[in-house]
Write a protein that binds this ligand. Structure first.
Ligand SMILES: Nc1ncnc2c1ncn2[C@@H]1O[C@H](COP(=O)(O)OP(=O)(O)OP(=O)(O)O)[C@@H](O)[C@H]1O
Length: 393
């Protein structure tokens, strides 16, 4: 695995009396004490976090806990008082804290793009001009820019809207334009500061799904700020919980739900039922992690009870369970179908673990197959994967 971003002992203090504030941090003083004695505001302290390439790393916590402060250190929108923020750039790691201006400019143009909560669209520019803005700044030639903008707009389903202005779009659409703009830069690292929190819950859920679908294709590294645990659990590969400027826990969604580090985290997850929060995505094994056999067969479970035969496009052309031909049926129908040993259920990565478990029960513990929107096989969940996720303590 490659590290995309690494925060090393990062302290960020706002205000004049920084040196004194840092001394107080070393003595273990709280934000309130530092503020009272020095007038300086502790943004974050002692932050250590490694973000792997391709991860969606969610920073979560109550208002004022320091999530945005840490995020904004990645492109030096916030100046780090002490420590380093290493960002992957080609074949090297650059310390954003100490790099020169030319390197910083390069990182901002090519490596790190940002999506804000309030969309940040320029009202006098059309949708396509907004999406192409970063490319324009980076000096990408006209023809290439038009092509990249068109393909990103298509990706977020707004190709019909390219000539419209921001005010002619709904909030959800504007945020999609924001996403397209960030994706168009082709920067491998995306910083997203509560991008969906201004949207109503339905649109928000939809955009979360879209982000996951885009991510499955584009495999960016995303650092995503949220104050909503459900959102964090849904989209995060890794979740970092912050309190009063400090990181209190970093872990996978399952870790956070099943092994909260302290009462603050426990409060967050108090009303979360792991079975309905965890999704197939959280526990699935990806296709490449499964055991492959000859002739395009791939085993869905470690016990080798169930296998699929895939064509070159990863579409299923045959299925077997316990050596017999098997049917594959959607998890959406799980409640209608009787228990049956020759069925294999399929779901999408966003399906809740609860439904997946129900499907396993109905199929006498067959693994559940996972498909993407184009019906391509992407991975599976065996009974052991579910047990591991639920029992991990
Ligand atoms: N530019 C700044 N100048 C002074 N203080 C700041 C600045 N940015 C953030 N802070 C302070 O740092 C602390 C952490 O703020 P931050 O915005 O990172 O919190 P957050 O967890 O993102 O909260 P929210 O969810 O409300 O955005 C707060 O006390 C805030 O007032």
């Amino acid at each position: 695995m490659t590290v995309a971003v690494e925060f090393r002992n990062v302290d960020i203090v706002f205000g004049k009396e920084r040196a004194r504030a840092l001394e107080m941090i070393d003595q273990g003083a709280s934000r309130d004490e530092i503020l009272a004695k020095t007038g300086a505001v502790l943004g974050c302290a002692g932050a250590n976090l490694t973000v792997q390439e391709g991860d969606i790393s969610v920073l979560m916590g109550l208002s004022g806990s320091g999530k945005s402060t840490l995020l904004r250190a990645v492109n030096r929108l916030n100046v780090v008082s002490r420590g380093s923020v290493m960002v992957h750039d080609g074949d090297r790691m650059v310390d954003v804290v100490t790099c020169n201006d030319a390197t910083l400019r390069h990182l901002r143009q090519k490596q790190v793009a940002m999506v804000f909560q309030q969309f940040g669209l320029l009202p006098w520019r059309t949708v396509e001009e907004n999406v192409g803005f970063g490319l324009e700044l980076a000096g990408v030639p006209d023809a290439e820019r038009r092509e990249r903008v068109a393909s990103q707009l298509k990706l977020v389903g707004l190709d019909q809207w390219s000539k419209k202005y921001a005010h002619e779009l709904s909030g959800g659409m504007q945020q999609r334009v924001g996403l397209a703009r960030a994706f168009a830069t082709e920067a491998p690292i995306l910083l997203m500061d509560e991008p969906f929190s201004a949207l109503d819950p339905l649109i928000r859920t939809k955009l979360q799904d879209e982000l996951l679908q885009l991510q499955a294709k584009l495999k960016k590294t995303i650092i995503f700020v949220s104050h909503d645990l459900e959102e964090a659990l849904k989209i995060g590969t890794s979740i970092t919980i912050m309190e009063g400027g400090h990181i209190v826990q970093t872990g996978s969604p399952e870790d956070i739900v099943l092994q909260p580090a302290n009462d603050y985290v426990r409060d967050f997850i108090a009303n979360v039922n792991p079975l309905s929060v965890l999704t197939a995505w959280n526990v699935m094994r990806m296709k490449h992690e499964l055991e492959h056999d000859v002739d395009g067969w791939v085993w869905l479970d470690r016990r080798a009870t169930t296998r699929f035969r895939l064509d070159a496009q990863d579409l299923v052309i045959a299925a077997e369970r316990n050596g017999q031909p098997a049917d594959w049926v959607s998890c959406n129908d799980v409640e209608k179908l009787p228990e049956n040993g020759s069925q294999v259920f399929w779901a999408t990565p966003g399906t809740s673990l609860k439904i997946v478990m129900l499907a396993m029960q109905r199929s006498q513990t067959a693994p559940v197959a996972l498909f993407d929107e184009q019906s391509r096989f992407v991975g599976s969940i065996g009974i052991r994967d579910v047990l591991n996720a639920v029992l991990k303590r």
